[in-house]
Design a protein around this ligand. Structure first.
Ligand SMILES: Cc1cc2nc3c(=O)[nH]c(=O)nc-3n(C[C@H](O)[C@H](O)[C@H](O)COP(=O)(O)OP(=O)(O)OC[C@H]3O[C@@H](n4cnc5c(N)ncnc54)[C@H](O)[C@@H]3O)c2cc1C
Length: 374
């Protein structure tokens, strides 16, 4: 059996590895000249690590990543809104790991034979009969996996009339700061803006800033430094240490709900199927869950029944998590003083059990033997 995977990001490579390990012939078509990722960190949560366990890579990520750095949310003056009990979270759900994105891509890429990787191939059109038209000619396969991200050509080819991704109203800057002493993975909320700091295994700190802004607006690093100059330590120092050429800015998009993730011999996964806000840090974790589930279903039940089972298993879960992600992040983007004052007074009083209960279905995922068919 042969699979053509469109897109060699985390989701596409994970799907290719999972299918390859089941004896499928795979090719991964990647538009970029090399398989790589942006210079930023990535938090792999307990469910994402369990998905990596399915392809034998979970422990490699646990041992090379920085595990369990989760701590909570603070206000701009440093007081705690939510402070997690890391030991308790770990006991309930398992480990977290923070990695450099490029390291995860390298790990996945190394689990594939070199001839499966086809960089520099731009996919132009995908047909439900398994034909993929691209800059190198065309490919035909028993299964096409559309893992080509939020602006997916696969999705547009299969469902040309669906609305595209929508801008959620805030933009994101990301950079990796030189080594700094930070107490854990902390997000700090202001009015319509927030700052995140996540320690990396080598002592450097992955930082991100999210702020309300019109789509396509661009902000210089100097402006960010001035904006956060009076926030609690070490935020001003982290921003001062950033190299202007290493700061990435991307607007935040999410995808309206799809009514199906499959069409004929093709399926979409990861951001191509359910691009979500980054608030829960679940986009890549869900792409990993999709990838191992898809490989298990099509390999166990055949492409047609397997894709139906994949859609039934993955669509409700990923759409529920996308909704939750949108909801948990929205109070950080409130701009009314009365609302944020209320928020800052209410959040510290919330029982931590409430927070844990809302996230339990997300974190407790395990790969079942292939989902029920028929
Ligand atoms: C600021 C921010 C922080 C985040 N933090 C986290 C986090 O901590 N944890 C987490 O789990 N998730 C996080 N996410 C989400 C996560 O980054 C994405 O959900 C995940 O990378 C999606 O992977 P993917 O493989 O589906 O898509 P992508 O990573 O977008 O990969 C798609 C690939 O397809 C290729 N491609 C596109 N079009 C074509 C074409 N026509 N032909 C050939 N190739 C093509 C692209 O070049 C790319 O390599 C975050 C997202 C953002 C924006």
């Amino acid at each position: 059996m042969k699979a053509t995977v469109v897109g060699g990001g985390i989701g596409g490579l994970a799907a290719a590895v999972a299918l390859h390990q089941r004896g499928w012939q795979v090719e991964v078509l990647e538009r970029a000249p090399a398989f790589t990722e942006v210079g930023a960190g990535l938090s792999i949560q307990p469910n994402g690590l369990r998905a990596l366990d399915e392809i034998g890579l979970g422990d490699r990520v646990r041992s090379s990543g920085l595990t369990d750095p989760v701590t909570g949310i603070r206000t701009a003056n440093g007081s705690w809104l939510i402070r997690n009990d890391i030991a308790d979270l770990k006991r309930r759900f398992g480990s977290w790991a923070t990695v450099h994105r490029a390291d995860l891509i390298d790990l996945l890429r190394a689990a594939l034979p070199a001839q499966a990787l086809r960089p520099g191939i731009d996919v132009r059109h995908v047909q439900p009969d398994g034909t993929v038209v691209h800059s190198g000619g065309s490919s035909t396969a028993d299964l096409v996996v559309g893992a080509d991200g939020v602006h997916s050509v696969t999705r547009r080819s299969l469902w040309p009339h669906l609305p595209g991704p929508r801008y959620v109203g805030y933009t994101t800057w990301r950079f990796i700061a030189p080594p700094h002493q930070v107490e854990g993975s902390v997000e700090t909320w202001g009015r319509g803006e927030r700052f995140g700091q996540v320690p990396m295994p080598d002592g450097r700190v992955y930082c991100y800033v999210m702020a309300n802004a019109p789509a396509d607006s661009r902000t210089a690093l100097e402006e960010l430094r001035a904006r956060f100059a009076h926030w609690h330590d070490p935020i001003p120092a982290l921003l001062r240490s950033a190299r202007p050429d290493a700061v990435l800015q991307h607007d935040t998009y999410e995808l309206p709900k799809l009514r199906s993730y499959v069409h004929g011999k093709a399926a979409v996964l990861g951001d191509a199927a359910h691009a979500m806000t980054p608030n829960l840090g679940q986009g890549a974790c869900q792409a990993l869950e999709d990838a191992v589930t898809l490989a298990a279903t099509v390999d166990t039940h055949g492409v047609s029944a397997g894709l139906e089972a994949y859609d039934r298993s993955r669509r409700p879960r990923t759409q529920m998590i996308a909704r939750l992600s949108r909801q948990v992040g929205s109070p950080a983007h409130w701009t009314s003083t009365s609302l944020t004052t209320l928020r800052d007074a209410a959040l510290p009083r919330l029982p931590s059990a409430l927070f844990e209960r809302s996230l339990t279905p997300t974190y407790t995922w395990t790969a079942h033997a292939a989902p029920h068919v028929g």
